[in-house]
Design a protein around this ligand. Structure first.
Ligand code: OAD
Length: 238
């Protein structure tokens, strides 16, 4: 499982580290349904700005190590809280994006009659900003970025898939997250309860640290590639 720290070495700001602001604004003020209801154009300006900033960011050695690990491991699921799309860009395939993806344009459903099925989403390529203040081609509602905002529920099927992966894994690597935001933070306890070895990868202590079987202190861009290297060496020696 990964959090914002895994993208820090790609130049993406985290949430809670010093300087963890997005474009000079607190995420909690602009990434909310209330902010969108009040001024959707302002929220879109903010997200277009963020997309522009992200399109200059490339996956780092930590992202690439996780993509390599997926190929080495018999069964591997990457659960991420990040919305930047960098894991897929690095080549990870089995990715559960708990908090959505900033490169998705999704219908806000404001004009859709109750009970109507959801309108299709559009996945942009990283770097493509989409249209400014776009509208859904099906129902005409304003579109919104496909991320989970503060105060919103996670998509139940996505959370269930992450729960299932946590319940059934043998080892859970938890990299670059402060482990304070639920329900994501609860996944590592769930994995531990079901017998998994939990390994934290983070330069700092977090609420997960006392519960983890092992804490590897350092940047994920250094530690994750070192894990892959060790795995390669131990496979060679068998
Ligand atoms: P945070 O900003 O809360 O935590 C980032 C963590 O990464 C901290 O524990 C840092 O110590 C660690 N870190 C910093 N640099 C690192 C590096 N190079 N390598 C490894 N770790 C490093 O970010 P998250 O835990 O991802 O939710 O935040 C969780 C959620 O809080 C976000 O997904 C977001 C926010 O509310 C939504 O937007 C719904």
């Amino acid at each position: 499982m990964t959090g914002a720290g895994v993208s820090a070495e790609s130049g993406v700001a985290t949430f809670r580290d010093p300087g963890g602001l997005w474009e000079g604004r607190r995420p909690e003020e602009v990434a909310t349904p209330e902010a969108f209801a009040r001024d959707p154009h302002d929220v879109w300006r903010f997200y277009q700005h963020r997309r522009r900033a992200l399109s200059a960011c490339q996956p780092n050695a930590g992202h690439r190590a996780l993509a390599a690990l997926e190929k080495l491991a018999a069964d591997f699921t990457l659960v991420t809280q990040n919305v930047d799309g960098l894991h897929r860009l690095a080549g990870s395939e089995n990715v559960i994006e708990l908090h959505g993806n900033i490169w998705i344009d999704r219908c806000s459903g404001a004009n859709r009659p109750p009970g109507e099925p959801s309108c299709p989403e559009r996945l942009l390529k990283p770097g493509d900003r989409g249209i400014d203040n776009p509208h859904c081609p099906v129902c005409g509602s304003m579109t919104r970025p496909g991320v989970v905002w503060f105060g919103e529920m996670l998509v139940p099927a996505v959370l269930e898939a992450a729960d299932q992966a946590a319940r059934s894994c043998q080892v859970m690597l938890v990299a670059g997250t402060s482990s304070v935001v639920q329900p994501a933070a609860g996944l590592s306890s769930l994995a531990a309860q079901h017998g998994a070895m939990v390994v934290e990868i983070n330069p700092d202590h977090t609420p997960l640290s006392p519960l983890a079987d092992l804490c590897l202190r350092g940047p994920s861009g250094v530690i994750l590639p070192a894990i892959i290297e060790q795995m390669g060496q131990s496979q060679e020696s068998h």
